[in-house]
Design a protein around this ligand. Structure first.
Ligand SMILES: [Zn+2]
Ligand SMILES: [Zn+2]
Length: 160
């Protein structure tokens, strides 16, 4: 269900393989992350929000992060706490008894963002080498080798 990239530097043999996107254990992953948020394992901000949002859900894709200061690259899970945009309990009062019986999913797929769910809080990553806040990449073209600054070449593959 995701796209993988293999980055290679022809100059110094640097190699990085990353599976981006969402894996088949996604619903389980989201559920356990939401539990961690609620119990405070992810810090106070996530704990407060996760416990205050009605029917919270999480969006957890795997992304590639870049340190713009030292050029380090690192794949990480982006963890976003989301809230439903239209709460059926509130918008359709006559059907509320029906909706109250429904279990709400705790995971958000990318196509649901903006229509069914909105992001409330997103985690951040800092570079392990220089502590700078890392940037989430949306394009993987023209990446430079963290070791020698040579342009990285990449090939794509699919995984599930
Ligand atoms: Zn290199
Ligand atoms: Zn850095």
């Amino acid at each position: 269900m995701g796209t993988g990239f293999e980055f290679k530097c022809k100059n110094c043999n640097y190699k990085l393989s990353v599976n981006l996107g969402i894996g088949f254990r996604y619903p389980y992953l989201c559920n356990s992350i939401l539990d961690e948020m609620k119990s405070g394992k992810m810090g106070k901000d996530f704990q407060e929000k996760a416990n205050n949002i009605k029917n919270p859900a999480v969006y957890v894709p795997r992304d590639l992060y870049l340190c713009e200061n030292c050029g380090d690259l690192r794949p990480e899970l982006t963890i976003a706490l989301c809230s439903p945009i239209n709460d059926p309990k509130e918008s359709d009062a006559p059907f509320s008894s029906v909706y109250e019986c429904l279990e709400f999913d705790t995971y958000v797929m990318s196509y649901m963002l903006g229509t069914e769910y909105k992001k409330e809080l997103v985690n951040e990553y800092h570079c392990k080498k220089c502590k700078t806040k890392m940037k989430k990449l949306t394009s993987y073209k023209k990446l430079k080798c963290p070791q020698c600054q040579n342009l990285l070449s990449y090939s794509k593959y699919f995984w599930d």
